[in-house]
Ligand binder design. Structure first.
Ligand code: HOZ
Length: 433
């Protein structure tokens, strides 16, 4: 089975003449997996349609935001209604407080929240706020964790950097990362050692509580609880980057799932219901340092945009009202999918390690276990590329990188899962042929 690619190929050529790699974000160019990137013309529920009329079951979900699937009725209606009243004012609208209210409900440790336009802005601002609060310079992050394309955080980051096999970005002077300390994930002793070395100098520890950007890698045992204890003891700010996990692994994110309260939380993706929204929030003691109340400056012309607020509000309201059914169903279907593909791999003699938390998951092409960047990077990325391309040919759209999490939405059906497992069986067979 193979898909038609003529139109997408033409569109790619045209785009390449005007945009670097023909894309607006690097991983979309399929550089790591090969093959022709499909140009998408329609998303409906769990399905995508490309310019060549190929249909796919989608497990990318726009890299996480689309927990309700594509073109979800309530979201489309909310955006349309908001657009009729004007698309942007650069002034306050009631919709911002409406969205803030539901965010504070989901994340009870937040007393105040600031809306921005992306996860990158959220993490950049949260780190600045942590430094403003503690009056310290050093920040601690973990290998394979990606917190957006912020200069100081683009060190041993996962996501597109890991996909392209580069340790950091050109154009970031080393002075800009001199206060960034990067440690292995899931290693509590390394955290203790760094706090001993930089006594009273560490402003914050920033972590994806379930890493999604080196593929899906959860914290082991009491690792997150240990981060909480150490940062509290050392009076450093603990930032949970829940851009990917917020409203995903539970309505209240990983902090609800694991019962841990960070000091600051960053949000994005699902928060905007498919439109560009990020946020950072925490207790008033910290958030009141943000301008105009305090001296930490951060601003945005389109921040709190009414269309984006409307999409976020429609998405979060639906999740809030149906969370008792939604999250258990996502858990059940995701388990069936991930275990089904793992069984197909076993039957075909393909080495696979499956990691999953709720509806975020990755199939690593390594025996595993995968607990950190060192073990994730042992994956056979060529084998992943072959699997990825075969799945695409069989109508299944996965993230085009071994080092990204895949996602299930409420729109996925048992039938989708069955078809995907069948496609995986064929993909594993063809990989062996
Ligand atoms: N891991 C990235 C966002 N969390 C993927 C999106 C992108 O780089 O375009």
């Amino acid at each position: 089975m193979s898909r038609k690619v003529e139109k997408s190929r033409e569109l790619q050529k045209r785009a390449e003449q005007m945009m670097p790699g023909g894309v607006s974000s690097p991983v979309r160019a399929f550089g790591a997996v090969g093959g022709d990137p499909p140009f998408i013309v329609l998303g409906q529920g769990s399905h995508l349609l490309d310019a060549d009329d190929n249909e796919y079951i989608d497990y990318l979900g726009s890299w996480g935001p689309l927990i309700l699937g594509h073109a979800f009725g309530e979201v489309v209606e909310a955006i349309t209604a908001a657009a009729r009243s004007g698309t942007s004012f650069g002034a306050s609208t009631p919709s911002e407080a409406d969205l803030a209210e539901i965010v504070l409900l989901a994340f009870p440790h937040l007393q105040k929240v600031r809306f921005v336009n992306s996860g990158t802005e959220a993490t950049m601002s949260a780190v600045r706020l942590a430094r403003a609060y503690t009056k310290r310079k050093y920040i601690v992050k973990f290998e394979g964790c990606y917190h957006g394309h912020v200069d100081a955080l683009l060190v041993k980051a996962g996501s597109g950097l890991a996909t392209l096999g580069i340790p950091g970005s050109a154009g970031v002077p080393e002075e800009f990362t001199q206060f960034t300390v990067t440690l292995p994930f899931n290693d509590t002793d390394a955290v203790e050692r760094v706090f001993a070395k930089f006594k009273h100098q560490i402003a914050c520890v920033i972590v994806e509580p379930v890493v999604g950007n080196m593929g899906c890698v959860p914290g082991l045992g009491d690792y997150l609880a240990a981060l909480r204890l150490i940062t509290q003891r050392e009076k450093a700010v603990l930032i949970f980057d829940e851009v990917m996990t917020g409203f995903r692994v539970a309505f209240g994110g990983a902090q609800e799932l694991y019962g841990i309260r960070p000091d600051l939380t960053t949000l994005g993706k699902i928060l905007g219901g498919g439109l560009p929204v990020g946020a950072y929030g925490g207790p008033s003691e910290l958030m009141d340092l943000v301008a105009p109340l305090g001296p930490m400056y951060q601003a945005g012309t389109l921040s709190g945009n009414p269309l984006a607020m409307a999409a976020g509000l429609a998405t979060l309201s639906h999740l809030r009202d149906h969370r008792a059914e939604i999250y258990p169903r996502l858990e059940k279907l995701s388990a069936q999918l991930v275990d089904g593909v793992a069984a197909a791999a076993r039957d075909a003699g393909v080495t696979l390690c499956s990691n999953r938390v709720g509806s975020m998951f990755t199939w690593f092409f390594t025996p595993g276990p995968v607990n950190d960047w060192n073990s994730a990077s042992k994956s056979d990325t060529d084998a992943f590329g072959r699997f990825f391309r075969a799945m695409l040919d069989h109508g299944v759209y996965l993230p085009p990188s071994q080092y990204e999490s895949a996602f299930l939405s409420t729109a996925h059906t048992k039938e989708d899962i069955k078809k995907t497992i069948a496609a995986a069986k064929q993909a594993f067979q063809s990989a062996h042929a």
